[in-house]
Design a protein around this ligand. Sequence first.
Ligand code: FDA
Length: 452
Amino acid sequence: MNEITRDVVIVGAGAAGLTAANELKRAGLSVAVLEARDRVGGRLWTDVIDGAMLEIGGQWISPDQEALTETIAELGLQTFSRHRDGDSVYIGPDGTLSRFTGDVFPVAPETERVIAEITERLDAMVAEIDPDRPWAHEKAAQWDTISWDAWLRSQTDDDEAVRNLAFATGSAMLTKPTHAFSLLQSLLMAASAGSYSNLVDADFILDKRVVGGLQQVPLLLAERLGDDVFLGQPVRTIEHTDTGVTAIAEGMTVRARYAVLALAPNLYDRISYVPPMPRLRHQLHQHLSMGFVVKVHAVYDRPFWRDQGLSGTAFSPYELSHEAYDNTNHGDERGTLVGFVSDRNADDVFRVSAQERKERILESLSHYFGPEAKNPIVYYESDWGSEEWTRGAYAASFDLGGLHRYGADLREPVGPIHFAASDLAGAGYQHVDGAIRMGRLAAANIVAEARA
Ligand code: FDA
């Protein structure tokens, strides 16, 4: 068994772990990054499928995501804007398709008024929330013990308004049914992007992409670490005392003064801790779970929807693919649509055969873009639910009541063991930006401790 000694062992080579490792190295500490998979990047994965480059995981960057923007600039990567010229489409409860521009869905005037009023209310509540400490709000307990769905339904009887308001933090972000998480969790999601209005503004939240793919961020960060990154090394056991840790992976052991657990929090309990984690940690971990969304890629020989004056942006809380976008690669003649099938719908489509799933999903895309959508030259489903080292998408969130109960302990180290993942972030929560912020924070805390 290969045994090495370092100042810090980092478990997980996603954006958080690789950021932490680079920061620690820059501060003069030696590191080893142990990664379970045979590649770096975790939930960032750019691959070529049947000749088409696809962003299987995370891809978009919004203008408020300063940590990610800085990293992209520092690594010398170029960005490009999502194609958004033309009309967006919306499908209402009776299946009627309407074209629109801007971020206000073409619903009946009364529904539009209700949506605008509740959005204003939500923006005011979000403005009171510190995304790094949502549990500190005086109404945290109250807002964390009512579900997002129940709160919305207490504001209006207009079902279409509820579905459209629910969607921004529900199917589109936390990817759990709206009865499964709290109003506070929803406010955190919005606060992490600056406001509820920002979150529903696709032009803001899904603004730019990286030319050549966002996985280049972890790939280039890993390159800087050279031989300090070890692939195919799932960590099974962490032994720890007040003064050090031993991380035991399948093929090697690392002895270090500190550890950074940079894996998605739903996977913490796959590692055995000797001695066991404190009682509160055992409990906390059990209340964090992954959402689930299938990201669907359909590549066509040309972006045919643009001929019809469509932008490729589409929404409907009544459709299997509740949202879709033009996801054509930079400089590509072919056109790519990306659609998303979330939570209960995602469960359902995996109960049928692959062929039927594909047909159902393409049928849904054709409701937005016409029959041509049914015949892509490349079709691919990103299914993170079946990935052993992720087990869902996009990220983990607390169950009802968990955020105010355990949130304050989320980022607290356990002796020499520190935590970093996008799922623990305030600003940039569930996004790559948050992963980088959490990697920086864990590194800064370790550097401060090491120098004390
Ligand atoms: P991440 O999960 O990436 O890394 C953890 C690493 O730990 C993994 O490499 C894993 O293999 C490893 N690991 C786990 N257990 C281990 C063990 N026991 N031993 C060793 N290694 C272990 N974000 C965004 O900003 N814009 C977007 O457009 C999107 N879109 C999007 C789409 C899809 C389909 C997904 C799945 C995700 C997104 N996201 C996103 C979210 C974003 O990709 C995500 O939040 C970050 O990449 C997470 O980075 P982390 O480093 O925190 O975890």
